[in-house]
Design a protein around this ligand. Structure first.
Ligand code: 13P
Length: 339
């Protein structure tokens, strides 16, 4: 597909400060989220939950794309409309998670490689038929004593680039997601260096494998201290470190950067995105592709009950609007009082 078409899809997803709802939790992950609210993870319950998110009125003003899971892209809304068609009719681009998860990397204790390249060309063709116009592949990198290893960084960059090249061949915009995890006690400087090394290797591989940078979206972590580090950073410090790292390593031709939330609280993820967008010197739109940080309150308001649907939709819309405001650098924390 010519670049301009992929570029137009990517640009439309992040236009007008819109972002992405990552609703692509695998069955295992959504089961963990449901366990936390004591809802049984059955296929009808998973469908009902995704239905409430996707039918939220007004979400299309602030959400430009939704990432679906293999089960979800085949499901239908209450009125019988396939989910991808429902989203597309609202002007929201349907996307699909195509990786098969991060698994132990042979010879590298504590590190992972993401599976899913085998048969990917065929799966992408089917997802295109089902309506997907963008895809997601997530690599995970842990920070620690001599981690991430050069080996882990390299093989994950190679896999991300192979995936991205196959997506573009299929007319699908690849979201390229190299996630430096925040679940240890590393410092913000450790995160900076791990993120910098990861992005450098990634863009080198994307170039080597002839991926058109104008037809991708990058989904990185913010540069942030590990959760267990007592020296937590202010949003201003996170913003400055994140933007510095991205400006050094991400070409200006990339049409958009959409952060993952990675375990930040809902409000933290909004405040930090806002702080980044209050800084000048950004060649790309900087928006969000949040999973947990868009859905935490909504899940709790829903509680698996039809009577909770309206409150859950309100909670989801509130967070999505806050994050769109943050993508424009105009989030006002006072709005949280009415949440
Ligand atoms: P979180 O925002 O919950 O990190 O999820 C985003 C995502 O899609 C991870 O792959």
């Amino acid at each position: 597909m010519p670049t301009s078409e992929l570029n137009a899809i990517a640009a439309s997803i992040v236009a007008d400060d819109r972002g992405i709802l990552a609703a692509d939790e695998s069955t295992g992950t959504i089961t963990k989220r449901f366990d936390a609210i004591e809802v049984e993870s059955t296929e009808p319950n998973r469908r009902a939950y995704r239905d409430l998110l996707f039918t939220t009125e007004g979400m299309e003003e602030v959400i430009g794309g939704v990432i679906l899971f293999d089960e979800t892209i085949r499901q239908h809304a209450d009125d019988g409309t396939p989910f991808p068609a429902l989203l597309a009719a609202k002007g929201v681009v349907p996307g699909i998670k195509v990786d098969l998860g991060a698994h132990p990397l042979a010879g590298a204790p504590g590190e992972t490689i993401t599976d899913g390249l085998d048969g990917l060309r065929k799966r992408l063709a089917e997802y295109y038929e089902l309506g997907a116009r963008f895809a997601k592949w997530r690599a995970t990198l842990s920070v620690g004593e001599r981690l991430p290893s050069r080996y882990c960084v390299r093989v994950n960059a190679q896999a991300l680039a192979r995936y991205a090249a196959l997506c573009q061949e299929a007319g699908i915009v690849p979201i390229v997601e190299p996630e430096v995890l925040m679940d240890t006690d590393h410092s913000i400087d450790d995160c900076y260096h791990a993120t910098a090394r990861t992005l450098q290797a990634l863009f080198s591989e994307l170039g080597a494998q002839r991926v058109d940078l104008e037809g991708i979206l990058l989904k990185p972590n913010m540069v942030i201290p590990g959760k267990g580090n007592p020296d937590q950073a202010t949003p201003e410090r996170i913003a400055a470190a994140t933007l510095h790292c991205l400006r050094r390593h991400v070409p200006a031709s990339v049409p958009g950067i959409v952060f993952l939330s990675g375990g930040q609280s809902e409000v933290e993820a909004t405040v930090n995105l806002d702080a980044i967008n209050r800084l000048g010197g950004r060649p790309w739109p900087l928006s969000f592709s949040y999973g947990r940080a868009l859905q935490g309150s909504a899940l709790k308001a829903w509680w698996g009950e039809a009577s909770g649907v309206t409150a859950a939709q309100g909670a989801f819309l509130h967070r999505a609007r806050c994050n769109a405001a943050a993508a424009g650098g105009r989030y006002d924390a006072n709005v949280e009082g009415g949440a």
